[in-house]
Design a protein around this ligand. Structure first.
Ligand SMILES: C[S@@+](CC[C@H](N)C(=O)[O-])C[C@H]1O[C@@H](n2cnc3c(N)ncnc32)[C@H](O)[C@@H]1O
Length: 236
């Protein structure tokens, strides 16, 4: 499933926190990285964001303009919090594909959606955002919340989001804004505890899509940013 960065072998050394490790090892660590937090991820998220992450996820859905009957992809869905909102929005005639690289997070998400009474219009796929196992032009909306900074090869992931988005579709990437003091502190803390994260400014994320036939918009609120990328309906 994982695809190595252009030309880089799995043995080439790369940064992981303060360590230099082979790329293959790094990918494995990213995949396993959320194993230990999966059972208490929701609680952690509530505590660290003071519950605000729920509101931010509602913003992400609102910025996507997702409608009933559409097909949506939740990339790096974690414990499925956003997926619940997406599934309710698309309704019985739409579909949400819930994905994460980490099997335990994905299982936590499936349990959570079942507990919320959501089934039938959702499917679960363990998938790496850098090598999505979906055909081109598959989704009306693609949403990725609080995960872009966890990716190993962010530009490959951006290409994958673009490839799998239908013409006329919309991608929403929600990220903590690294230009704010609090996010700089979080980035430092994550480095210290050897969580490999790479926070990019919204402008740099937008640039990853600027070669494409797209219209982009950045919405900032507090220390978060929503990067909204619309694929032209003429795009091939
Ligand atoms: C901070 S959590 C965010 C989860 C969820 N989107 C939310 O906002 O509640 C980051 C998630 O990204 C996933 N992840 C990290 N690297 C990934 C990759 N390359 N492909 C897919 N998922 C990835 C992790 O397993 C984890 O579940």
């Amino acid at each position: 499933m994982p695809r190595e960065e252009d030309g880089a072998s799995a043995d080439a050394l790369t940064d992981f926190g303060y360590e230099r490790v082979p790329r293959g090892v790094k990918k494995e660590r990213v995949r396993e990285g959320f194993d230990s937090v999966a059972p208490r991820y929701d609680l952690m998220n509530d505590v660290m964001s003071l519950g605000l992450h729920r509101l931010w996820k509602r913003f992400a859905i609102a910025h996507s303009g997702l409608r009933a009957g559409q097909r949506a992809l939740d990339v790096a869905a974690g414990s499925g919090d956003l997926s619940i909102g997406l599934a309710r929005r698309v309704g019985a005639t739409g579909q949400v594909i819930v994905t994460d690289i980490n099997a335990r997070m994905l299982a936590a998400g499936r349990d959570r959606l079942l507990d919320a009474g959501i089934a039938g219009n959702v499917a679960y796929v363990q998938a790496d955002a850098e090598a999505l196992p979906f055909a081109a032009n598959s989704f009306h909306r693609i949403i990725m919340v609080d995960a872009f900074h966890h990716l190993l090869d962010q530009s490959t992931a951006a290409q994958e989001l673009w490839r799998t988005l239908k013409p006329g579709g919309i991608i929403v990437i929600e990220e903590p804004d690294i230009r704010t003091f609090i996010v700089k502190l979080v980035a430092l803390a994550e480095k210290v505890i050897l969580m490999r994260s790479r926070f990019l400014s919204p402008t740099r994320i937008v640039k990853m899509f600027s070669q494409q036939e797209s219209r982009t918009q950045v919405v900032r609120e507090g220390f978060n940013a929503w990067i909204v990328i619309e694929k032209s309906s003429e795009a091939v």
